[in-house]
Design a binder for this molecule. Structure first.
Ligand code: GDP
Ligand code: MG
Length: 169
């Protein structure tokens, strides 16, 4: 038995980097090759025992051509971490489309959290924090800005999801 958590959002927003930062506590610069629904059980030293025993995280590719694969994973998901990149307006604008898709395919009680990633790149910021907050409020989901690079709020985001899942169990 695993709590299935899926990372979703446009390609390049930092899904794989966030997962690596959470698991290993480090940032490996450069793009990772696109991955399709890789089942990943955290094993890194940064992860607490509860995560290792309970969580399986699926890192998705984000590309249109893999969408049908992702749909199948939505159904079994307990939680979804929905990411945009604070320096990319298109990745933020696409959040609505992701949410529409999530509401279509995921269970109605799925835990969703909106994350504005790359918070360290404030000089290139395209989306203000309050814009992220407003969108999150509109959909009644919690919101945080994260950085896979510096690690800011990464543990907090995964922990918040875990707490919410425990709360609902
Ligand atoms: P994915 O396609 O969503 O899995 O995105 P990746 O994890 O492959 O990251 C895409 C690019 O953004 C890579 O060059 C990463 O090094 C970079 N990146 C990811 N997260 C951050 C972050 O929080 N800050 C900065 N500065 N760069 C990041
Ligand atoms: Mg990736």
């Amino acid at each position: 038995f695993f709590l299935q958590t899926i990372l979703v959002g446009d390609s390049g927003v930092g899904k794989t980097s966030l997962l690596v930062q959470f698991d290993q506590g480090k940032f490996i610069p450069g793009s990772f090759s696109a991955t399709v629904g890789i089942g990943f059980t955290p094993t890194g030293t940064r992860c607490t025992a509860v995560f290792i025993s309970l969580f399986q995280i699926w890192d998705t590719a984000g590309q249109e051509r893999f969408r049908s694969v992702t749909h199948a994973y939505y159904r079994d998901a307990h939680a979804l971490l929905l990411l945009y990149d604070i320096t990319s307006k298109s990745s933020f604008d696409n959040i609505r489309a992701w949410l529409t898709e999530i509401h279509e395919y995921a269970q109605s009680d799925v835990v969703i959290m909106l994350l504005g990633n790359k918070a360290d790149m404030s000089s290139d910021r395209a989306i203000r924090r309050d814009e992220g907050e407003r969108l999150a409020r509109e959909y009644s989901v919690p919101f945080m800005e994260t950085s896979a690079k510096t690690g800011v709020n990464v543990d907090l985001a995964f922990t918040a999801v875990a707490k919410e899942l425990k709360h609902r169990a």
